[in-house]
Design a protein around this ligand. Structure first.
Ligand SMILES: Cc1cc2nc3c(=O)[nH]c(=O)nc-3n(C[C@H](O)[C@H](O)[C@H](O)COP(=O)(O)OP(=O)(O)OC[C@H]3O[C@@H](n4cnc5c(N)ncnc54)[C@H](O)[C@@H]3O)c2cc1C
Length: 432
């Protein structure tokens, strides 16, 4: 089959790229056929589960603030962001009939809080611009044909030829949504390299949290690994407004304040995620990592010590009773299991509450990581157009590139911004 612009991948970046390409071509008076191939039965499975099903589709911060939430690739993203920023994303969805709300931390959602509204709006916009969406179509390989056109061979035997190719296949996280890293291979077919990938925004697994059946667990610890006795006591505990410090090789490299959740994966929630990128990278590099939780962050040290001493005396040194007055009830058994033997008096108890140390054994992998860090190096792609510097007519966008952000709507927005630019550029660049 023949088309003008072929987009591989129907996630946030691919849908935005396809509709932007078609809209640009229409505006230029040269309608081009844009075809999008998506391997799953429906597009954008990942958007459907994003933001816990509510899809935090952008963050309304202006660039100076927004860019501080881009962990890797912020200089590269800047031009794409200015071409389609968060205000433009909100305006786009409103114009297309989807009401939006901006909540705490400038995070924008569909007003319905249904991620399906974001997906439906994107798909409807693509279709109304004339984009042909082919689902259940897994691209197996890409190359150039004898006439220098892009050729995509699909698993079902079909073939697509195009003047321009946009790769929007995402990263490796949540492979059940279709993102299995195929794009790295497609990009490599045109000479692109790969900055090593690793899971980010993922659960950190403390030592002793999972039951390795006698084997020491290390590195990637799959989420389904059973909990140990300690893990069983902690799993389900949610801690609000606490302090957390990340130590790498004995040095404190990050300090945060906020909420931590202990789940069947390990230590996550906003603080766990915030520390995960640096922590996973350190573990993969063979360094030791430790998270220290301050359960009474914000209370002056001497005031807290006096309170613990008073409680200790009042309760006659009965640890469980003292802890009952200081901690959420569900945390007490785990705290006693971890510190029962080392608490000798109010001094050691206060110190343990201000600095509960969790040496980190490993992390949950791509199976449940929110994003993939690493990817196709941005140095190999033009930030002005998203066109490959190695292959004319080839464009790359979204999580496939070596770009990743913190939580808060930044990842989807960068997928939208880079996708919109790739689409506009593919439509307006000269035919090969
Ligand atoms: C659980 C979860 C929650 C998240 N919540 C948020 C959030 O609230 N806010 C936020 O900003 N970010 C969130 N993210 C991250 C965000 O969803 C992604 O960064 C973003 O969707 C990436 O978009 P993308 O288009 O680059 O890739 P994807 O969305 O991964 O899309 C890639 C598409 O390409 C298709 N594809 C892959 N290979 C092929 C092939 N060979 N042939 C055909 N098609 C192929 C895939 O099926 C997929 O549909 C979340 C991620 C997860 C996993």
């Amino acid at each position: 089959m023949q088309t003008d612009i072929l987009v591989i991948g129907g996630g946030a970046s691919g849908l935005m790229a396809a509709r932007s390409a078609a809209a640009q071509a229409r505006a230029d008076g040269s309608p081009l056929q844009v075809t999008l191939l998506e391997k799953m039965p429906r597009p954008a499975r990942k958007l459907m589960i994003s933001g816990k099903g509510r899809c935090n589709f952008t963050n309304a911060k202006a660039w100076n603030d927004f860019s501080t939430h881009i962990e890797e690739g912020s200089r590269f993203v800047k031009n794409a962001f200015y071409g389609f920023d968060s205000a433009a994303a909100i305006a786009f969805f409103e114009r297309e009939g989807m009401k939006t709300v901006v909540e705490r931390g400038d995070r924008a959602f569909p007003a319905s809080h249904h991620a399906s509204d974001v997906v439906d709006t994107l798909v409807r916009s693509c279709l109304s611009e004339g984009v042909k969406i082919v689902t259940d179509c897994t691209v197996a390989e890409v190359s150039l044909d004898a006439k220098g056109r892009f050729l995509a061979r699909c698993a079902d035997g079909s073939e697509y030829r195009a003047q321009k190719l946009i790769l929007a296949t995402g990263g490796l996280s949540y492979p059940g949504t279709g993102s299995t890293g195929d794009g790295y291979r497609f990009a490599a077919a045109f000479g692109h390299t790969l900055t090593p990938t690793f899971p980010s925004l993922t659960a950190l697994v403390p030592e002793g949290y999972k039951d390795g059946g006698g084997k020491a667990l290390k590195g990637h610890i799959p989420r389904e690994t059973p909990l140990s006795a300690l893990g069983g006591k902690l799993c389900g505990v949610q801690l609000k407004n606490i302090g957390a410090r990340l130590f790498i090789g004995g040095n404190c490299v990050e300090e945060h304040f906020g909420d931590v959740d202990f789940t069947d994966g390990g230590l996550e929630g906003p603080l766990g995620f915030a520390m995960s990128r640096k922590c996973v990278k350190a573990l993969l590099n063979g360094n030791k990592a430790c998270v220290e939780l301050d359960l009474k962050s914000g209370v002056p040290a001497d005031e807290f010590a006096a309170r613990v001493t008073g409680l200790w005396k009042a309760q006659g040194g009965r640890l469980r009773a003292v802890l009952g007055a200081l901690l959420p009830r569900e945390l007490v058994p785990a705290f006693i299991a971890a510190h029962g033997n080392s608490v000798k008096g109010p001094g050691t108890l206060a110190a343990a509450l201000r600095g509960w140390r969790f040496p980190i054994a490993g992390f949950v992998g791509y199976e449940r990581a929110v994003v993939t860090a690493g990817g196709v190096p941005t140095a190999e792609v033009s930030p002005k157009t998203m066109e490959s510097r190695l292959q004319k007519g080839l464009f790359l966008c979204g999580e496939l590139l070596d770009i990743d952000c913190t939580t808060g709507g930044y990842n989807i927005q960068t997928a939208f911004s880079t996708g919109a630019l790739a689409g506009r550029s593919a439509a307006s660049s000269p035919a090969l």
